[in-house]
Design a protein around this ligand. Structure first.
Ligand code: 4AD
Ligand code: MG
Length: 431
């Protein structure tokens, strides 16, 4: 008998197949047993009438959830069953019976309990769908760049130069070298790479020792960054819009069943088309004041403020040209107004906050050196970075997209901890 995956059942209607998986749910109504099996690609209901095989019926009626089993039976199409198929069971082989009761059995476990059992929780239906959507989002991001001719450049995790800000680094000792940091960003290395390869991107884990316990912050999160030689601020924003539109459309086309299974209102995602609304930081502050926030020009825009801004729009909104004082050292000043920089943040709709941070980079040697010193960063660690402004320096721009916030938004999740397989948050590194 042929071993097939549940996601491929439609190609096997009327045939006898074998499925290798786990008991998801079991119930019986009188003389019929329903065994719901999952195999990592999907869920399918297997049905057996007692009269057809009383001995098998007895064995099936004893199976507990998360027993690993190989089931055999005939695939029939049945519009009433979820997925549209059913297996008429004619054999079951138990591979492993749980030693204890599977701990996740109720609908109302608390978040802490579920996070403590994350290694098992990911077997749940909702988590299955979310992780499949995350996978599709990653694939779409890579496809976007690959189709455009960008080159993937993997940037290092151990870095001597702080890439973003000094406040929230993880430090460790690196042999004789001394202190190094876990990467907050791969940007500085992508800047080097774009001068060699034109347009480049990376995709990797980044680390921030942030003391923020919010639904948008992780300590370890995945970021996709892009860096483009000869791109200026406008080109940069256009590319970001294109990327986000591409990803949303791709997920709607290729993971719709998963979005629907977790109850996502996909009409909201269908609205994501270019161009996105753009406002300046100045206007964002005016808007926030009008909405009753106690903010002044020069203040950073926090989570609640981001939510208030995004509420005004039904697409992602781009906020551009922040005061240079509240942004990173490497951002290019606006030639018309040197107190602001040519940067932008993209805020997701529905209160999911900043999904992209972006800017044009300083390409002038003297100005960059001045900023490194002004920010109190050690010049020696940035020697190589300054070299990029010594040899063939050109205007260039780039951005970073936070993967988990993007997943949380597209899936409609309450918290980023469910947007990553194993979350690291302020109070959690287990499991
Ligand atoms: O805005 P950020 O800090 O930008 C950078 O790191 C730039 N160097 C990127 C670049 O231009 N190449 O971070 C980028 C994005 C944010 O917009 C947010 O979506 C996400 O990364 N992010 C986080 N996601 C989860 N948890 C955290 N603690 C995050 N910090 C940032
Ligand atoms: Mg940012």
């Amino acid at each position: 008998m042929e071993w097939v995956y549940i996601e491929d059942l439609s190609a096997h209607i009327g045939k006898d197949v074998e499925i290798r998986g786990w008991v998801w749910r079991r119930r019986s109504s009188g003389k019929i047993a329903f065994l719901n099996v999952r195999d990592g690609t999907g869920f399918v209901q297997c049905v057996l009438e007692e009269k057809d095989d009383p001995d098998l019926f007895q064995r099936v009626s004893k199976l507990d959830i998360e027993t690993s089993i190989i089931v055999r039976g005939r695939v029939v199409s049945d519009p009433r069953s979820p997925g549209g198929f059913e297996i008429r069971l004619n054999g079951v082989e138990v591979i492993h019976e749980p030693i204890d009761l599977f701990p996740i059995r109720k609908k109302d476990h608390g978040v802490d309990f579920l996070m403590n059992h994350r290694h098992l929780w990911i077997r749940s239906k909702r988590q299955f769908h979310v992780l499949r959507i995350r996978h599709r989002i990653i694939r779409a991001i890579r496809n976007f760049y690959d189709e455009k001719g960008f080159v993937l450049v993997d940037t290092p995790i151990f870095t001597g130069a702080i890439g973003e800000s000094a406040g929230n680094t993880f430090e460790l000792d690196y042999f004789d070298y001394g202190k190094v940091y876990l990467a907050q960003t791969g940007q500085l290395y992508l800047e080097a790479a774009c001068m060699a390869l034109g347009r480049v991107y990376n995709f990797g884990p980044t680390f921030r020792a942030e003391k923020s316990k919010t639904r948008r912050h992780l300590i370890e999160f995945w970021m996709n960054e892009a860096e483009m030689a000869y791109y200026e601020h406008e080109d940069n924003m256009r590319l970001q819009e294109e990327l986000v539109t591409y990803v949303v459309r791709d997920v709607l086309e290729n993971a719709l069943e998963h979005l629907e299974a977790i109850g996502r209102d996909v009409r909201k995602l269908e609205k994501v088309t270019t161009p996105f609304p753009r406002i300046t930081y100045d206007d964002a502050i005016k808007l926030l004041k009008k909405k009753g926030f106690n903010v002044e020009w020069g203040d950073d825009i926090g989570g609640d403020e981001e939510t208030a801004i995004s509420e005004e729009f039904d697409k992602p909104v781009i906020v551009e040209k922040y005061p240079r004082k509240i942004k990173a050292f490497y951002m290019q000043p606006d030639p018309q107004r040197p107190e602001v920089v040519l940067c932008d943040d993209m805020l997701a709709p529905e209160g999911y906050g900043e999904i992209i941070g972006a800017s044009q980079r300083i390409h002038d040697y003297d100005l960059l050196k001045e900023r490194i010193e002004e920010f109190g960063l050690p010049l020696e660690a940035y020697d190589w970075y300054l070299d990029l402004r010594k040899y063939g320096s050109v205007p260039h721009s780039g951005f970073g997209l936070g993967l988990e916030r993007t997943v949380a938004w597209i899936c409609g999740l309450e918290h980023v901890r469910e947007a990553i397989p194993f979350a690291r948050t302020l109070y959690r590194v287990y499991p």
